[in-house]
Write a protein that binds this ligand. Structure first.
Ligand code: APR
Length: 239
């Protein structure tokens, strides 16, 4: 089975009603990321940080996967689909994707501030000041903040090493090291970027650009990939 690797960003969840970070009415228009998404912010004002993530968690709970998330599930019929996402929402999982690697953490989880490997599912709960882990320390959002290591990078590079197709969906490719993954696929891989305003990084590189929103572009690309397998179209296969 050929492997399709997906690198997704906030744009794939935009049509589910979740704000992106950059561009008009993006999250970073309303907040300074230095105030809510860094270890320094956490040390200075944990209540503000917790409130920021509690609000986003409620928005994720109220959101539903969209046609783009669902199309990637359909693709699993004929491909080994590996999703690497910068998103902290769980819409890929709720759509039914079976292999999702979160580079920047998961908003539905919390982790101990005493032992980073102590992680818990929040379900529908928020995190408040005074909510302590079994070790007696404050729970924090299980999110990779700016300036923190991205532990999943090594695994992501390994996944990309066997990519036959790379789909880069709804990301501005402005945040490293995650953005570097868009250029990690082997030379033989077919590269497709789906974004109504594709970043220049992919415009320059050898990507096919589908200038469309995710709910239009992703189902369209999935149909093409499924057809290629159905017709066993060698011109598009990579042996
Ligand atoms: N369909 C597809 N793409 C869209 C849509 C849509 N409906 N709407 C917007 N986009 C595109 C924008 O053109 C932009 O390229 O999604 C991208 C969103 O970019 P960002 O807001 O920068 O989000 P992202 O690239 O995921 O940010 C990466 O930055 O703040 C950190 O940790 C945060 O994971 C995040 C990282």
């Amino acid at each position: 089975m050929k492997r399709v690797v997906v690198l997704s960003g906030a744009g794939i969840s935009a049509e589910s009603g979740l704000q992106t970070f950059r561009g008009t009415d993006g999250l970073w228009e309303g907040y300074r990321l230095e105030d809510v998404a860094t270890p320094q912010a956490w040390a200075a004002n944990p209540a503000l940080v917790l409130d920021f993530y509690n609000q986003r968690r409620r928005a994720v709970r109220a959101a539903e996967p969209n046609a783009a998330h669902r199309a990637l599930v359909e693709l699993e019929q004929a491909y080994d689909v590996q999703i690497i996402t910068q998103n902290v929402d769980d819409l890929h999982e709720r759509a039914g994707s079976t292999s999702v690697l979160h580079l920047h953490g998961q908003i539905r989880q919390a982790r101990s501030t005493r032992n980073a490997s102590l992680i818990t599912d929040l379900g529908d709960r928020d995190i408040q000041l005074g909510d302590h882990c079994p070790l007696g320390s404050q729970w924090r959002p299980h999110i990779v903040w700016f300036g923190e290591m991205v532990p999943a990078m090594e695994e992501a590079v390994e996944i990309l090493a066997d990519a036959d197709v790379l789909l880069v969906i709804g990301t501005s490719l402005q945040v490293y090291p995650a953005a570097s993954l868009a250029f990690e696929a082997p030379r033989r891989a077919r590269r497709i970027a789906i974004n109504p305003d594709a970043p220049r990084e992919v415009q320059r590189a050898d990507f096919e650009v589908v200038a469309a929103t995710a709910t239009i572009g992703v189902p369209e690309v999935v149909r093409t990939l499924l057809k290629a397998v159905a017709n066993h179209d060698c011109t598009r296969c990579t042996h």
